[in-house]
Design a protein around this ligand. Structure first.
Ligand code: SF4
Ligand code: SF4
Length: 310
């Protein structure tokens, strides 16, 4: 058992439904069935996670968590069964109504991420298909909430930087986050292993997503969030435990390919430009090489932070 690895995050797609149609996201063209995860399957996954020291859990993958009618009960369940695991919640904020926020104050999320993408009402509607006014009203309520720290100990507001996002808009976004007492996070667009147009090249250092377990609403463990249909599955939590799947042959082959410097020869990672790195278990020499590659890549292509449109 000494070789058993522990994932750094388990992510659970409690629903793959979404109220938005973001232009940079494959959710609206999913070929899979639209579904909400069965409660007994969800509880089985959480039970699996109590068997090891899980650092973080995210009830979210390819969908909007607040479209899951049982989300609050599920968050409560996670809190109760995994009290020492960091609970992270991602949302586009549109359905994060005052009533939902009040209810969240009784649960307490560790880190809340709100995907806002733009402060321009026209662009917002074009990108997401939603009205910006309602999302901003929800954000106002949150930032003025007397229990804001209880609802979410940390708050990050996220912008996916598109090729035409003006620099002034990125500056305005950063300022907005400061006013809301939130961490600004501006990130480039990734290519979902070729399904979405993105100019970033494919790196060859190991990807951070190999150290997660990402579970679709059906129970299929997908390679990662970029494998939105589960085509490169590691297994199924209906038949195996979360920890067994993270350590099975398929998962080990993926980790080994990345850690040995062979990401560029390993489908679908060979065509995926996701560039958050993982240096775990790479050995001293390779770790130094990967760190240098990562530094050069990030300096040249700037996948995070403000960048002028091309
Ligand atoms: S990015 Fe999030 S909010 Fe937008 S369509 Fe995809 S899942 Fe929905
Ligand atoms: S390289 Fe891309 S496809 Fe491969 S694990 Fe990372 S995010 Fe997923």
């Amino acid at each position: 058992m000494s070789r058993t690895e522990i994932p750094r995050i388990v992510s659970i797609e409690t629903t793959n439904r979404c109220n938005a149609k973001c232009s940079f996201c494959p959710n609206s063209s999913l070929a899979r069935n639209r579904q909400t995860m069965a409660q007994d399957l969800f509880e089985k996954i959480i039970d699996d996670c109590t068997k090891f020291q899980l650092p973080a859990i995210e009830p979210f993958l390819n969908g909007e968590p607040l479209c899951d009618p049982n989300l609050l009960e599920r968050l409560e369940h996670i809190r109760k069964r995994l009290p020492n695991t960091e609970l992270r919640l991602y949302t586009n904020g549109y359905a994060l109504t005052p009533a939902k926020q009040d209810a969240l104050a009784d649960i307490g999320v560790d880190h809340l991420f709100i995907s806002l993408n733009t402060l321009d009402a026209g662009r917002y509607e074009k990108i997401t298909g939603l009205s910006l006014e309602k999302t901003l009203d929800n954000l106002d309520y949150l930032s003025n909430h007397p229990q804001r720290q209880r609802i979410a100990r940390k708050l990050t507001i996220r912008m996916t930087r598109l090729d035409d996002t003006p620099l002034e808009e990125q500056e305005k976004f950063n300022q907005f986050c400061v006013e809301k007492n939130a961490i600004p996070f501006i990130a480039a667009l990734y290519n979902y292993k070729g399904d979405i147009n993105s100019a970033l090249p494919v790196p060859n250092f190991p990807c951070a997503n190999i150290t997660r377990v990402d579970i679709l609403a059906s129970g299929t463990v997908t390679l990662c969030c970029m494998d939105q249909e589960g085509e490169y599955s590691w297994g199924d939590v209906r038949n195996e435990s979360v920890l067994d799947i993270y350590n099975n042959l398929q998962a080990r082959l993926v980790k080994q390919a990345h850690r040995s410097g062979n990401r560029k020869n390993f489908p679908p990672c060979n065509i995926c430009n996701y560039c958050s790195p993982s240096f775990e278990k790479t050995g001293i020499i390779r770790r130094l090489r990967f760190k240098t590659e990562k530094r050069n890549y990030w300096q040249q292509y700037k996948p995070r932070g403000m960048v002028a449109p091309r």
